[in-house]
Design a protein around this ligand. Structure first.
Ligand code: SF4
Length: 381
C-alpha cells in the first residue's frame, strides 16, 4: 500500500520551553547511536509490518527534535534504508532544520544525498521573541541558512513562524511576516503559541509568570497573516499552512487525507490508513533497550472506533481549504450522516463556514476557532 515514512530524531541543542515534542539534549555519541537504532528499528519493522514494506513510497520526513544536528552521512544512511519501501529519489524528502545548524557544505551534502525539501524552524525574526522562545539562533542565521540552501540547490524551502507570544504587537508580527517574505520561502507553516500543560510555558502560565495575548487579538493576527500571504501569492491551503503554487507539503497531506504512514524512532506514531494505530515508546532508554534486544519499540496499539473514525474524517478534512465534499461524505458514511453533518454545518454562524449543496468548508475565521467548531459539530452529528 502507498505509505509515507516519518523518522523521529529527538535531539536538540537546547530545549525550547513551549515545545511538547519528544526531545532531549544529546550527550557525546548520542547522535550516532540514535541513528543506528533507527536503522535497526526500520529493518525490523519492515519485516514485522509487511503491509508497510511493499510501498509505493509517498514521502519521507525527518522530524524531531532537530534532525539537522546530525552529520549528513547519518541522514543519508537512514534515507538509503528507507529505499527498502520505495524509490526515495522520486518523492518529497523533507528534513527539519534549525537556522545556524547547517553549513553550506552540509546543505550541499544533504541535497546530494536526496533531501529535496528543507523545513526551517526560524519561528521569528524579532530578537525579543527569539529570546522569549529560548531559541539559540538569530534572524541573520535564518537568512544565511536560506541563502546557503538555495545555493546548495534546494528549490523547496518551508519556513515556520510562530505568533501569539506574550506582549506581541501587530507591528512586531507584521515585521516578522515582512522578513519572512523577504526570504522568499516556497511554503510557510504558521503556529499560534500554545501553552501545553507539561511544558515550562504551561507552568509559567499557571503561575502567572506569562500573560497570554487576548484571543481576539490573536485572531486578528491570524487573519492579517491570511490576507498578507494570500496577497503575496501564497495559497492558505490548510489551517496552518501556506504554499506557492505546486509547493503544498506532500507529507503533511498524508496526515490530512488519512493515508498510511510509518513512524520510526522514539515516540513516533504509525497509522494503517483505516483504523489501526501504534505508537513507539517515548523514552530513550526504553527505546534503546527494546531495539537493541530485537524487541518491538511499539508501546501502544489501538483501533479507532467507528465513531472516532467518523470524527477524525470530519476534522482532517475541515483543516483543508477543500473542506468536505458532499458526494464523498455520502458515499463514505451514508446519506443519514451526510445530511446530519450538512444540517449541523448550516447551523454554524455564517462567517465561520461556507456550505453549498456540494461542499462544506471553514472560512479563515472558522479555522481560527476550529476546535470549538468541531466540538459543536460532534454534539450534533
Ligand atoms: S528546537 Fe524544535 S523540537 Fe527542539 S525543543 Fe525547540 S521547538 Fe522543540
Amino acid at each position: 500500500m502507498p505509505v509515507a515514512v516519518y523518522l523521529h530524531l529527538p535531539f536538540c541543542r537546547r530545549l525550547c520551553p513551549f515545545c511538547d515534542f519528544f526531545k532531549k539534549v544529546p550527550r557525546q555519541g548520542d547522535l550516532a547511536k540514535i541513528s543506528k537504532l533507527l536503522l535497526s528499528e526500520l529493518s525490523a519493522t519492515l519485516v514485522r509490518e509487511r503491509s508497510f514494506a511493499s510501498g509505493p513510497l509517498i514521502s519521507v520526513y525527518f522530524g524531531g527534535g532537530t534532525p539537522s544536528l546530525h552529520p549528513p552521512e547519518q541522514i543519508e544512511r537512514l534515507l538509503n534504508a528507507v529505499s527498502q519501501v520505495g524509490d526515495v529519489h522520486s518523492v518529497e524528502v523533507t528534513l527539519e532544520a534549525n537556522p545556524g545548524t547547517l553549513s553550506f557544505d552540509a546543505l550541499s551534502q544533504l541535497r546530494q544525498a536526496g533531501i529535496n525539501r528543507l523545513s526551517l524552524g526560524c519561528q521569528s525574526f524579532s530578537d525579543r521573541k527569539l529570546h522569549l522562545l529560548y531559541r539559540d539562533h538569530t534572524a541573520n542565521e535564518t537568512r544565511e541558512t536560506v541563502k546557503n540552501a538555495r545555493m546548495a540547490g534546494f528549490t523547496n524551502i518551508s519556513m515556520d513562524l510562530i505568533f501569539g507570544l506574550p506582549g506581541e504587537s501587530e507591528d512586531e508580527w507584521r515585521n516578522d511576516i515582512d522578513m519572512l517574505l523577504a526570504c522568499k520561502p516556497d511554503h510557510v507553516s504558521l503556529y499560534n503559541l500554545e501553552y501545553h500543560e507539561k511544558t515550562p510555558y504551561g507552568r509559567w502560565l499557571t503561575q502567572g509568570v506569562l500573560e497570554p495575548l487576548a484571543e481576539d487579538f490573536e485572531a486578528e493576527l491570524y487573519l492579517l497573516t491570511h490576507d498578507t500571504l494570500e496577497r503575496e501569492g501564497y495559497e492558505h491551503y490548510e489551517v496552518s499552512n501556506f504554499a506557492r503554487d505546486g509547493f503544498r507539503s506532500v507529507h503533511n497531506q498524508v496526515y490530512w487525507e488519512g493515508k498510511p504512514y510509518l513512524g520510526i524512532g522514539p515516540s513516533a506514531h504509525s497509522f494503517d490508513g483505516v483504523a489501526r494505530r501504534f505508537a513507539n515508546v517515548a523514552d530513550l532508554h526504553d527505546y534503546e533497550r527494546r531495539v537493541t534486544a530485537g524487541e518491538s519499540p511499539v508501546e501502544r496499539e489501538w483501533l479507532n472506533s467507528e465513531r472516532e473514525q467518523w470524527e477524525e474524517w470530519i476534522s482532517v478534512r475541515l483543516r483543508r481549504k477543500e473542506g468536505i465534499d458532499w458526494a464523498d461524505c455520502h458515499d463514505t458514511w451514508g446519506g443519514m450522516r451526510a445530511r446530519g453533518l450538512w444540517a449541523a454545518a448550516t447551523a454554524l454562524p455564517v462567517h465561520l463556514r461556507e456550505v453549498t449543496e456540494s461542499v462544506f468548508r471553514l472560512s479563515p475565521e472558522g479555522w481560527f476557532v476550529e476546535n470549538e467548531v468541531l466540538v459543536n459539530l460532534y454534539e450534533k452529528v
